[in-house]
Design a protein around this ligand. Structure first.
Ligand SMILES: [Zn+2]
Length: 128
């Protein structure tokens, strides 16, 4: 069988194109708005695909702050205390975070980023 542009069999691509895209959640709302505005299905699909790609990209960048905060809040208080007071500083060894630390999400979990309470050196700690 002959293959399409991305290596998919052509037949499958054509089949896909004939089906009307089904949107869910916010994409559905967007599609409805576009329809109200008089956009045709082809344009709607194009816009929504762009939005979906942008969302995928953002996912790769790490989850939004709200999501990180939600995960952080779900940890037991003792664990949070332990992480905040058991970081490693190149100058002081065992160190605590100064107030005003940041939380970031990476593939292993939440990472605390901030500064050493004693000397102000930049420190970070993974919550594990
Ligand atoms: Zn230090």
């Amino acid at each position: 069988m002959e293959n399409g542009m991305f290596g998919f069999p052509l037949e499958r691509c054509n089949l896909k194109r004939q089906q009307l895209m089904k949107y869910t959640g916010k994409y559905k709302e967007m599609a409805e708005q576009f329809r109200k505005d008089g956009c045709d299905e082809y344009m709607i699909e194009k816009f929504i695909r762009q939005e979906m790609e942008a969302d995928e990209f953002r996912k790769g960048e790490g989850i939004t702050d709200m999501e990180t905060l939600r995960i952080w809040k779900a940890y037991p208080d003792e664990a949070k205390e332990m992480w905040l007071h058991n970081a490693f500083c190149v100058n002081c060894g065992k160190a605590s975070f100064k107030l005003g630390y940041n939380l970031r999400q990476d593939k292993f979990g939440v990472v605390i980023e901030g500064f050493c309470n004693k000397c102000g050196e930049r420190i970070a700690r993974c919550c594990d």
